[in-house]
Design a protein around this ligand. Structure first.
Ligand SMILES: [Cu+2]
Length: 177
């Protein structure tokens, strides 16, 4: 009588071999923006997705570096995370209804966000009026145990973000509607 477990064992071995042959984590598993295109010059709600920690360590701080040309950056507070902002030194003083100081960097510090969990960090901003550009927004992820990942690599125009191990978050600036 044939061993009924034999076929299952062979299938498991095959699945293991396929998993081993699969490429490393796809770009979709990095810190990325939920919506990766928007009209140039528009107000844009950037949702930064954090799908894993740093080599297994839990995330305790996310810092977004506001790129030149992005204005009116307003971070959304998160329960369990302390918000700190760094002003842009060269920006003019805010004037007018509802205006706030221009920001150069925003950090959410807290958590910890376990390596096996997922979270999102929201930053509302005015995009630069530069249709066609692929706008990169660098993000630094810091984790427990002093580990960190700098999602700050800006790909050369003739290469793909997936060619880089830690590409910056990016979105395409579309022509104004
Ligand atoms: Cu990743």
């Amino acid at each position: 009588m044939p061993n009924p477990n034999r076929g299952a064992a062979a299938r498991l071995a095959l699945l293991g071999a396929l998993a081993a042959a699969a490429p490393a984590a796809p770009a979709a598993a990095h810190v990325t923006l939920e919506v990766q295109q928007a009209a140039a010059g528009s107000l844009y709600k950037g949702v930064f997705r954090v799908p894993h920690g740093c080599d297994g360590a839990a995330t305790i701080r996310i810092t977004v570096q506001v790129p030149p040309g992005v204005t009116q950056a307003l971070p959304m507070p998160k329960p369990g995370w302390r918000l700190t902002t760094t002003r842009r030194e060269d920006a003019a003083a805010p004037a007018g209804h509802g205006t706030a100081p221009e920001l150069a960097a925003i950090a959410w510090e807290g958590g910890p966000l376990d390596h096996a969990h997922y979270d999102e960090f929201v930053l509302r901003m005015r995009l630069p009026d530069r249709p066609g550009e692929l706008l990169h927004i660098p993000v630094v992820q810091e984790c427990e145990g002093g580990r960190s990942t700098a999602w700050t690599q800006i790909p050369d125009p003739d290469r793909r973000p997936s060619d880089y191990p830690t590409p910056a978050a990016a979105l395409r600036l579309l022509p104004r509607p």
